[in-house]
Write a protein that binds this ligand. Structure first.
Ligand code: MG
Length: 177
């Protein structure tokens, strides 16, 4: 796999079809980025539709571990709130955090996928660790200055690749707050 090419590309986590894109692919363990993947950078909250999607995925048998480069208390606060294991200060794209998260879940490379919004951390890190990566468009435009700079590189690498169309668009839209 090309290191900087996401295996799948979605506009939002709710566009990942839990049955088809996770369970159906045998990917029952998800190493999940936080900032601008499930937590909007501007309002510091999990959008309602994202929270509902996480709940549904867990009911269906998908297990998550939060993996974040964030050095503040956000990952642990969120992990407690969502009752999910956490690997913070992850230093993605380096592999140790992904491997630690897999150990927390009892996961293997065959049943794990990384979901995140950044090429240089989530996608590259997943591939270096030997895992597939589902990339999302960031929840909001607002982000850290160095991340915004990297977005230009991402745009150059992704070119005109568009996020995948939603299979059941009414369902996804209906869940929007
Ligand atoms: Mg992120």
């Amino acid at each position: 796999m090309a290191l900087l090419t996401p295996d799948r590309y979605f506009s939002r986590i709710t566009c990942v079809d839990i049955d088809r894109d996770l369970i159906g692919c045998g990917r029952i363990h998800v190493l999940l980025d936080i900032d601008n993947t499930i937590l909007a950078r501007d309002i510091r909250e999990i959008p309602r539709d994202v929270g509902m999607w996480l709940g549904r995925a867990r009911e269906t048998g998908v297990a998550f571990c939060l993996v974040s480069n964030n050095w503040h208390d956000t990952p642990h606060r969120l992990g407690a709130e969502l009752m999910m294991p956490v690997v913070a200060k992850a230093m993605k794209p380096l592999p140790p955090a992904f491997l630690a998260a897999m150990r927390k879940l009892g996961a293997t490379r065959r049943d794990t996928v990384v979901i995140g919004d950044q090429l240089a951390t989530d996608v590259l890190g997943a591939h270096v660790a030997g895992l597939p990566a589902y990339m999302l468009q960031p929840l909001v435009e607002q982000d850290l200055p160095h991340t915004l700079l990297l977005r230009n590189v991402e745009r150059a690498i992704l070119g005109d690749r568009a996020p995948e169309p939603v299979a059941n668009i009414q369902q996804a839209e209906g869940e929007r707050p």
